[in-house]
Design a protein around this ligand. Sequence first.
Ligand SMILES: NC(=O)c1ccc[n+]([C@@H]2O[C@H](COP(=O)([O-])OP(=O)(O)OC[C@H]3O[C@@H](n4cnc5c(N)ncnc54)[C@H](OP(=O)(O)O)[C@@H]3O)[C@@H](O)[C@H]2O)c1
Length: 281
Amino acid sequence: MVQKTQQNGYALVTGASYGIGEEFARQLAARGWPLILVARSQDRLERLRASLIAEYLDIDIRCVTLDLASPGAPAELFQKTQAANLEVGLLINNAGFGAFGEFISIDRQRQRQMVDLNVAALVELSHLYLAPMKQRAAGGILNVASIVGFIPLPYCAVYAATKAFVRSFSEALHEEARQYGVQVMVVHPGSTKTNFFEVAGTSPFNDPSRMQTAGQVVRESLRAFDHGRSSIVTGASNRLLMMAVALVPLSWIAAIVGRQIRRKSKRVENLSRYRGGTVAS
Ligand SMILES: NC(=O)c1ccc[n+]([C@@H]2O[C@H](COP(=O)([O-])OP(=O)(O)OC[C@H]3O[C@@H](n4cnc5c(N)ncnc54)[C@H](OP(=O)(O)O)[C@@H]3O)[C@@H](O)[C@H]2O)c1
């Protein structure tokens, strides 16, 4: 259960400076969890810490400023928490980013950083923090994937593939870890109102009026975690969409989505705008 008890230790949230990660920090603080907040933006983390302390007074909150896509960063984070004697009872692997555009046109270094953060750091942190959880036969890991992890997504190929990895990895790890009393769950949000699209750019499918809030995504996620689920798609319309998608061959989905994106992109502007290699969810 994700409800705080005295024995749970800290909840460590990666990507806590914005969006879904910040909301995880807020909702876990409300449940009484002491927190370790990780991201690159020190000022944002310190501001969040100050606001949570103002609200919950005696809450213990540590901030770690780190680029988790850089080599050795997950091990450095683990060493820091070990050295400070901070037991992590709940790991939220949330930090991640996307990029929309033609695969061949998106900067190679940026694609590599996406794999390093969305996949490599998540696997390494899971491995590092799972070992002491296994010893204690207690704890949980919650990995943030995306509904795009269910489908091959043209013009968002690497991001969708990183989330497919997180989905498969987490479902498999759930089955292993539950044997020794540790819960692993994967969350699949659809488009959510966060800073994500500022970083990734605007995809032709962005429709802010149909997006969930980070608050809704986190509330649904924590509720599912409380119930011992292995995975959740947040938002009723996203769940319906994923049920429909499951009935169609993946090659058809890729072809349909690719055609739609090309058509919408031409309407919004020219596809060449996306060839610069920013832009998706
Ligand atoms: N928003 C959506 O539509 C949507 C949909 C499905 C899934 N998701 C997933 O949800 C997760 C959170 O995204 P969000 O929507 O909340 O986006 P966001 O508002 O852009 O937040 C991303 C977080 O990740 C952190 N981050 C990025 N690069 C990092 C790095 N190299 N090292 C450490 N931290 C890093 C950012 O902090 P700094 O910049 O301070 O480092 C920020 O706190 C991601 O995994 C994303 O793929 C989002």
